[in-house]
Design a protein. Structure first.
Length: 367
């Protein structure tokens, strides 16, 4: 199938991991590996990428230019990484009569204005594009989108995913660099926290839980992520006498080394499925806050420990259980890695995307 992946956000540079959403890159690479004829249409200057056809779109991006690219590529399916208020690709698809999937970026759901703009784009697509649909990364996002657009377009969940081979063995050189930079002790025990650091993420509960452990046996917290509650978490840790290392946002290249430095990893309740999948792919024993999304990814006691949010005592019990049982940590870590490798790689998610796309193509042919 000839597939065009479109992103009109000029801040995105595909060849730069720091400026390209992992979801966009992962999905594109998986579709190319599956043998599809893939073309990336990206706004602004881009760098060449081996094995991927990248077409630059001049700024400001116009529907006319996208339509011209479509005439050259002749896609049978368009997947747009939808940013707030961008209608150019929808207009081009209307002119070219190409089925399209909107992959909704987080920014397109950031506030009421962004959601209203999304609803307008979907209404335009429903009226003019023969075969259009929406994919999102979580049940919560699906709920928001369905509330905004009703039955205008079908909305389906395609969770984020990872490439487990990136997490199997953290490169020794990178591990040494991370350990030196963060001044990690050789024999100390560590509990990681990965994902957005917000007041409702569970990070403050983790600090409280660790503070309730015997002072001599408290593990260090490694905070892998950033967010508005980072200073509050640091202040709470200092006041409670809990050792806490602020790692900040970590690049994909260094994330395996950070995770491998942790004995157990607690996953933010505010980060969607991706931080959970990353920790599971790294063979870590994982504690996640119980939710419908977490249960879609991991089973309690099999691939992870699921605890109720807002219950520091339950979190403390899970931390203590895993801290004192290396064999259990190993069993959970192995089961977690296996689960991710079978069901939550981008190759698996690409199959799901193509199933949804096939239904859209059939729908467009029936129009």
């Amino acid at each position: 199938m000839r597939i065009a992946v479109v992103c009109t956000d000029s801040n995105v540079v595909y060849a730069d991991p720091a400026r390209c959403p992992a979801r966009l890159r992962g999905m594109a690479e998986a579709l190319a590996r599956a043998g599809h004829e893939l073309t990336l249409l990206l706004a602004g200057p881009q760098m060449a990428v081996e094995g991927v056809a990248v077409r630059e779109m001049r700024l400001p991006v116009t529907a006319r230019e996208i339509d011209w690219h479509f005439s050259q590529v002749r896609p049978e399916l368009v997947i747009e990484r939808l940013a707030p208020g961008r209608t150019e690709c929808t207009a081009a698809a209307r002119e070219s009569l190409v089925p399209m999937l909107f992959d909704v970026a987080d920014s397109a759901l950031a506030d009421e204005a962004a959601v209203a703009a999304l609803a307008a784009v979907c209404a335009e697509a429903a009226a003019a594009v023969p075969g259009a649909g929406v994919i999102v990364a979580s049940d919560e996002q699906a709920r928001v989108v369905r509330a905004a657009i009703g039955s205008t377009l079908p909305v389906d969940v395609v969770e984020d995913a990872v490439a487990p081979e990136l997490f199997r063995v953290a490169r020794e050189s990178v591990r040494a660099q991370v350990g030196t930079r963060l001044r990690l002790g050789v024999a100390e025990r560590r509990v990681g926290f990965i994902g957005p650091v917000t007041r409702d993420s569970g990070v403050l509960d983790l600090v409280r839980a660790i503070s309730d452990m015997d002072e001599s046996g408290r593990p260090r917290i490694m905070l892998i992520g950033d967010g508005p509650a980072r200073n509050e978490a640091l202040r709470a840790a200092v006041e409670a006498g809990v050792k806490l290392t602020m790692c900040g946002r970590v690049t994909e290249d260094e994330l395996p080394a950070h995770l491998s430095a942790c004995d157990t990893v607690v996953v933010s309740a505010a980060g969607g499925a991706l931080p959970l999948l990353q920790a599971m792919a790294a063979w870590r024993a994982v504690i996640a806050f119980d939710s419908a999304e977490a249960r879609r990814v991991a089973r309690d006691g099999v691939e992870a420990r699921l605890v109720l949010p807002g219950k520091p005592a339950a979190l403390l019990a899970a931390v203590r259980e895993l801290d004192g049982d290396p064999s259990l940590r190993g069993l959970l870590g192995e089961a977690a890695r296996l689960r991710v490798s079978r069901a939550f790689t981008w190759d698996a998610q690409a199959v799901r995307v193509l199933e949804l796309a096939g239904a859209l193509v059939e729908r467009s042919r029936a129009v």
